[in-house]
Write a protein of this length. Sequence first.
Length: 258
Amino acid sequence: MVNSMDKKIFLIAGTEDGRKLAECLLGRGFDVTASVVSDYGRKLLETCAGVKINDKPLDRNDLEKILRAGNFSVVVDASHPYAQNVSANAVSAAQAAQIPYVRYERAEVAFDYEKIFHVDGYEAAALKASEFGKNIFLTTGSRNLKIFVDLLKDCNLTVRVLPTADVLAQCEALGLTPKQIVAMQGAFSVELNAALFRHAGAEVIVTKNSGQIGGADTKLAAAKLLNLPVVMIDRPKIFYPNLAATFDDVLKFLEEIK
């Protein structure tokens, strides 16, 4: 059994599996403080009885100060697989505060489809997508929309984003019209994905491998059903001092640290 009584955890969360991991750790008796950067992330965590929530944005130095001042035992990083800066800051701050760090990384989706084209970043994704047609369907979230809008001025973009006021205001500020915005929260079935792709007249899908919990499997299945090319932005390549693929792996790590 994990001796949880003397372990105080700083959990970097904000995703659905971050919330589930918080519930798992709380259920084992750990003292958990979870950090999020959005109202949506906070609302996910507010259902977890007993969790302490930090919703203030933290840069690398802020995080180190909190870790030191709070006498935390360990950093558990369950941020989004593509939150490269968040993870890099967490690794650095944990090392500076001299406490252990473990990364929980949700599994990627393995999918057999010859029309998946892998790229390393958002700019490369925009340029690759433009090779397949003018009607481009983006399922990459809202944080990097400006890159696509700037690089694909001659294309017709359809963007699928969370239906929050902040995100919709961002889309409007970028010049996107209501016709170009699909404001919905997943998960999405294969059938719904396919219907949305058809409705938009999509000629290519741009996505990320956010794992099954991020809906990558049903997006790819819908694209294959419609014989549409997929531009896949690969996960950032980050060195993690410790990596866990399951909640049990996280618990095992916590059990082994002093």
